[in-house]
Design a protein around this ligand. Structure first.
Ligand SMILES: Cc1ncc(COP(=O)(O)O)c(C=O)c1O
Length: 460
């Protein structure tokens, strides 16, 4: 096949001029980047002509798949009509009005107003400021502490990174902001005591919130923040007992709930928002990624009537905003994306087909010698790789085997992400049985290849 891309040259220029996110730059320079040039439906293609099944929807993002011309047309039309105007100085424009209204319709009933940004990190920064501002407006300025969870990922700005609970992100924040506390994450497979049932563990993990509230003083606590399902932390799915108990504690102490739905928003669990799946009552929902299926950056915070009432009761400005808050082109693309999701019934399809198909496919690997646990919810899935599946003993140098496995996947034409030694996936909502079958065959091959690389380390 003729190669229209100068792969070697692109790699060299990339190494010379492009700093990648969350990357060991030295090792990337040694190995070189893979050049992705095109996407079509559930597949992406590299510069050497390989077709790759994208099990990660880009980065938890391309929910309607790649190559949808309707989104390009929506962007084109909006660019011709009004490519940009700000929303700062008592101005608005049709796409931002229409999208805010649409999001209010899709979100839980009492969340009716939207503050826009461009990335998930920005949305969470906005949420942090709104939460603290709310308590100032309510005459309780001491309420500043936001409690979140270990291994949470809320973004990479200093504020969102501080609210997140990833030690390696904190280590590079110089310094981490004060006013955030991190409690245990609801990760039964990794954190439960011997013999502790998922439900008992879920209650214990939730009660850690109450213990932390009491430890810092309820009068100092502003909010609890959590991803309904921890994504980047390793697709950690809370036991059923967890969220109801968290909500009970939130209600008891009258603190706010921020649901970070940057990954779970827009259908991933078979509901528009995971808050609806779990029946929790957030005061703020942050979203990004799949609102446009990643075709263009857009994010925001959907805010409840109580917070909005507090803002309305005061004359002062809320001193916060971004040039691109409510960018007209991004809003137009989001509207078209949501229209397609509705037209193709992609959200109920996750409940009726995609979620069960993923669970069924993953279950086939639970007896593999490398696999400690498989788990999934909606279209989020994970495979835990362990050295001893009986005792749950991990491999030495956590993350090493995950990378070996991820590289095999890449070579075999399938994308799964390694979170240490947990392989995670979040396919687009459009997968048919053909893609699940293809994934199953690759996963079987790759687990066997990985097993033969580390055979000497795996308990018999
Ligand atoms: C739950 C969650 N919140 C926030 C973010 C940050 O989003 P962004 O990378 O767009 O800043 C991410 C990114 O993966 C995420 O998974």
């Amino acid at each position: 096949m003729t190669n229209q891309y100068q792969t070697a040259q692109l790699r060299e220029l990339d190494a010379l001029h492009h700093l990648h996110p969350f990357t060991d730059h030295k090792s990337l320079r040694a190995s070189g980047s893979r050049v992705i040039v095109r996407g079509d439906g559930p597949y992406i293609f590299d510069s050497e002509g390989h077709r790759i099944l994208d099990g990660m929807a880009g980065l938890w993002t391309a929910n309607i798949g790649y190559g949808r011309k309707e989104l390009a047309q929506a962007a084109y039309d909006q660019m011709v009509e009004l490519p940009f105007y700000n929303t700062f100085f008592k101005t608005t424009h049709p796409p931002v009005v229409a999208l805010a209204r649409k999001l209010a319709e899709l979100a839980p009933d009492n969340l009716n107003q939207v503050f826009f940004g461009s990335s998930g990190s920005e949305a969470n920064d906005t949420a942090i400021r709104l939460i603290r501002h709310y308590w100032v407006l309510k005459g309780e300025p001491k309420r500043r502490i936001i409690i979140s969870r270990k291994n949470a990922y809320h973004g990479s700005t200093i504020a969102a990174g501080s609210m997140g609970g990833m030690a390696h992100v904190h280590a590079h924040s110089y310094p981490v902001y004060e006013g955030f506390r991190h409690i245990i994450d609801p990760y039964w497979y990794g954190e439960a005591k011997d013999g502790e049932s998922p439900q008992a563990f879920g209650i214990r993990a939730a009660r850690a919130l109450e213990e932390e509230i009491l430890a810092v003083g309820p009068e100092n606590v502003a909010a609890f923040a959590g991803e309904p399902v921890q994504g980047a932390g390793g697709v950690k799915i809370a036991p059923e007992s967890y969220w109801p108990e968290v909500q009970r504690i939130i209600d008891k102490y009258g603190i706010l709930l921020l649901a970070d739905e940057v990954i779970t928003g827009f259908g991933r669990l078979g509901t528009w928002f995971a808050s609806q799946y779990y029946g929790i009552r957030p005061n703020l929902i942050t979203f990004a990624k799949a609102v446009t299926s990643g075709y263009i950056p857009l994010s925001g915070v959907i805010v409840d009537d109580e917070i909005v009432a507090a803002l309305m009761a005061h004359d002062d400005d809320f001193h916060h905003g971004y040039t691109f808050s409510g960018h007209p082109v991004a809003c137009a693309v989001a509207l078209k994306n949501l229209e397609i999701m509705e037209r193709e019934r992609l959200v109920p399809r996750v409940r009726e087909f995609g979620g069960p198909a993923l669970a069924k496919m993953l279950a086939k690997f639970k007896d593999h010698p490398l696999v400690g646990e498989v788990r999934s919810i909606g279209l989020l899935g994970a495979i835990e790789l362990v050295a001893d599946k009986r005792t749950r003993r991990r491999f030495d140098n956590l993350g090493r085997v995950g990378l070996i496995c991820r590289d095999h996947f890449f070579r075999e034409g399938f994308i799964m992400r390694a979170v240490f030694d947990t392989m995670v996936m979040a396919p687009p909502l459009i997968w048919t049985q053909a893609q699940f079958d293809e994934a199953e065959a690759v996963i079987r091959r790759v687990l066997d290849l990985t097993l033969s690389d580390v055979a000497g380390e795996v308990a018999a």
